[in-house]
Design a protein around this ligand. Structure first.
Ligand SMILES: [Zn+2]
Length: 341
């Protein structure tokens, strides 16, 4: 923003100089105030609220969004609880014909964890770089959507006095990143949800650097899987078949090849990322990491994230891929659950 309010060369006397410098304080302050309260700064403020797992600060997030919502007089604001300390913020923008089914815009309050030491800028500082990039956990997934929806409605209502035909609801749900069991899952079963008479839902999407946004009809479903490989334990010096580690690595190899094939299809331009099956190993829990204890483990694990449109077809593929491997157990477990046995 320009800050050239001074034209000192035009001032002949000290009095005038003083007067003008006093006058120049006022627009500068106004400008600073404006700088502190724009859609961008509101976005940054929201990003500074740490709603990352495992301890998302839902209370601060909801009160921050409520404050913005209160600047849009027509909005009806409700905070619903389907589990203790897990608020769901529901905003309603009344339409001119309430008998029609409504539109629901959904997004989530939480985000995945961040490790500050691995970040160029602290993940909750919402640092704005000179080239206009904002660094923060949750910026794209999906706090930008939250702020965009609110700012758009604010503009449409407060500036253009626009009244939608259908009622528009906005839900900001907790726990989406950990399965949504205490959020969306309970919300859709509630009487509050049924009373909304929802006809169309637009859920979170992908961030865009331009004014064009992709709309995806059916997003992929997640499958959080853990490979548990069992094998014969033994001294680190011994060579034998069917160690747990060997079995695990064989299955990871198969999975990696499958992953490569899927990714090749995308790289060749034959399909979009959303149309293939994403398979990614996300953690390993195997053996005893010690310089002295060198023992071949009896049980080892690998956590795998699978995203696919059609889980049934995926299931078949995996059964074929992994049926060749012996002593291998596939098991569905919850995220972060270490008690696999
Ligand atoms: Zn998301």
């Amino acid at each position: 923003m320009s800050k050239h309010h001074h034209h000192h060369s035009l001032l002949p006397t000290l009095t005038l100089l003083l007067l003008l410098s006093l006058l120049s304080i006022s627009p500068t302050n106004q400008e600073q105030e404006e700088e502190q309260n724009t859609p961008i700064t509101r976005f940054q403020q929201y990003l500074r609220i740490n709603t990352a797992h495992p301890n998302p600060d839902y209370g601060s997030a909801v009160s921050f969004l409520t404050n913005i919502a209160q600047t849009i007089p027509t909005l009806k604001i409700q905070t619903l609880y389907f589990a203790p300390n897990k608020p769901l913020l529901l905003l309603t923008w009344p339409g001119s014909n309430p008998s029609l089914s409504s539109i629901l815009l959904n997004s989530h309050l939480d985000s995945v964890p961040a490790e500050p030491s691995k970040w160029v800028h602290h993940p909750f500082s919402a640092h704005l770089s000179a080239d206009g990039k904002i660094f923060a956990r949750g910026a794209q997934d999906d706090k930008c959507i939250v702020v965009q929806c609110l700012e758009a409605i604010k503009e449409l209502h407060n500036v253009f006095a626009f009244v939608p035909l259908r009622t528009v609801h906005m839900s900001f749900v907790p726990d989406e990143e950990i399965g949504g069991f205490d959020g969306m899952a309970k919300f859709v079963e509630s009487k509050e949800f049924k009373e909304l008479n929802v006809g169309f839902v637009l859920d979170e999407g992908q961030a865009s650097t331009s004014d064009e946004f992709r709309v995806i009809y059916a997003d992929r479903l997640p499958w959080h899987m853990v490979i548990r490989a069992r094998g014969t334990p033994g001294h680190g010096s011994r060579l034998y078949d069917n160690s747990a580690m060997e079995n695990l690595m064989k299955s990871i190899e198969v999975m990696t090849k499958f992953r490569e094939n899927q990714f090749d299809i995308v790289k060749a331009g034959w399909a979009a990322t959303s149309e293939v099956i994403s398979v990614n190993p996300v953690y390993l829990k195997a053996g005893i990491p010690s310089p002295t204890v060198r023992f071949q483990a009896i049980l080892v694990y690998c956590g795998i994230e699978i995203y696919s449109v059609v889980l049934l077809a995926l299931n078949l593929i995996l059964v074929v891929c992994w049926s060749m491997l012996e002593l291998l157990f596939l098991k569905l477990v919850c995220l972060n659950d270490w008690s696999y046995d």
